[in-house]
Design a protein around this ligand. Structure first.
Ligand SMILES: *Cc1c(COP(=O)(O)O)cnc(C)c1O
Length: 399
């Protein structure tokens, strides 16, 4: 049995997945980042500063909340919500943005670039750039800028330059391409704060490590509340950062099952969803080898999800590996199921979730009723729904 918690290996691989598929001109940046991260990881001063800002600036630890009404309504397992929605800027993304800005400072960089889909990573990045005084450029697909105009305004207030990306589908994949193009042009001055557990090594490892605090806290909190480990963990999976952050500290606990929920969009029809493990295949996209949605010629397919943050053609390589190992199961929720989760959590718990997180809620709505009342589930509530209110209203408040 492979100890999955020891990966990636020195070449950035999780089994056959991952790796460093990067342009030659960027290789020095990836090697420099890897080396500096290895030093920072074992530097008590770095870890102390990270902990300080996570607590006093971002609001950690986030509560592990017993969702009593959701539990009663579903009539099965006891459900807890890990409240990442209560974090500064409204989603888990700030955990990683904060960690990486501290790394960028160690590297002596002056300028930050990032891609964003739903806008949450862009907001988190713009926030830490404001706080630490960095120049900030955010690349965002034109379609996403329309869907998430509130977050575009937030980034601008925070002093970031938001660059609309007009190529292709005008969403996240094209935004990543533009950010990489910028980095190739400005490799010395600039650090690229990648926003999910994706891309070339060392990003999947770094992003995961900065989100592990989610699972570490949840583990302590459930032991304190229930004196035992949970039976099931559920999280939505875009690139996979909030999910791996919750799951990772439990990987060695064999009794703890894990379920990732991908975006099923309009259903599993080519071009109508973003569920890479349903109808996807092995390939290389934007620096990493993983499961992705491509046609027979290897061309990346169009994707669709009601939530901009889950709408990406590739999944983080560690998820591909953990699925292959049989350690994590993956399912999907359609747009309609996610909207139903959004409505139910709002009505039953007084918590309006992000549409991404609503996919995880859809997952627990399906699973919890099949479980016993003495079983425990933790759902990662990755973000709050303010950014999605206008969009959800189009579907849910029509009459
Ligand atoms: C970005 C985002 C996601 C999806 O990204 P992961 O890397 O898969 O976590 C999920 N939920 C929220 C609230 C987000 O902002």
């Amino acid at each position: 049995m492979i100890d999955t918690a020891q990966l990636p290996d020195a070449t950035g691989h999780f089994g056959v997945y991952g790796g460093m598929f990067v342009p030659e001109t960027l290789m020095p940046n990836f090697l420099e980042l890897t080396a500096e991260y290895e030093r920072a990881k074992v530097d008590p001063a770095f870890q102390a500063e990270l902990s300080y800002y996570l607590r006093d600036y971002c609001g950690r630890p986030t509560p592990l909340y017993f969702a009593e009404r959701l539990t009663e309504e579903l009539g099965g397992a006891k459900i807890f919500l890990k409240r990442e929605d209560l974090l500064h800027t409204g989603a888990h993304k700030i955990n990683n943005a904060l960690g990486q800005i501290l790394l960028a400072r160690r590297l002596g960089k002056k300028r930050i670039i990032a891609e964003t889909g739903a806008g949450q990573h862009g907001v988190a990045t713009a926030t830490v750039c404001a706080r630490f005084g960095f120049e900030c450029v955010i690349y965002m697909g034109e379609v996403d800028m329309e869907r998430q105009s509130l977050n575009v305004a937030r980034m601008k207030f925070l002093g970031a330059k938001v660059v609309p990306v007009t190529a292709g589908q005008r969403t996240l994949k094209e935004a990543v391409n533009e950010a990489l193009r910028d980095w190739v042009t400005n490799p010395r001055s600039t650090h690229y704060i990648l926003g999910s557990a994706l891309g070339a090594h060392p990003f999947p490892m770094i992003v995961r490590d900065f989100h592990r605090v989610i699972g570490e806290e949840a583990r302590e909190q459930i032991l304190e509340k229930e004196s035992r480990l949970p039976d099931l963990l559920i999280a939505c999976v875009g690139g996979g950062s909030n999910a791996i952050g919750l799951f990772w500290p439990f990987l060695r606990d064999e009794s703890v099952k894990m379920l990732g929920i991908e975006a099923g969009g309009h259903g599993i029809i080519d071009g109508q969803h973003a569920a890479r493990f349903q109808g996807g295949k092995l390939g290389v996209l934007q620096g990493t080898k993983t499961w992705l949605l491509a046609d027979d010629d290897g061309q990346i397919q169009l994707t669709h999800s009601v939530s901009a943050g889950l709408d990406y053609a590739a999944v983080g390589p560690e998820h591909a590996f953990l699925r292959e190992q049989g350690r994590i199961d993956y399912d999907y929720a359609t747009d309609d199921e996610a909207l139903d989760g959004f409505a139910k959590l709002s009505r039953w718990e007084g918590i309006i979730p992000a549409l991404e997180s609503a996919h995880a809620i859809a997952g627990v709505i399906k699973r919890a009723p099949q479980m016993r009342a003495d079983e425990l589930v933790i759902v990662n509530l990755s973000g709050r729904g303010d950014k999605d209110v206008a969009q959800a209203a189009n579907f849910l408040l029509k009459d």
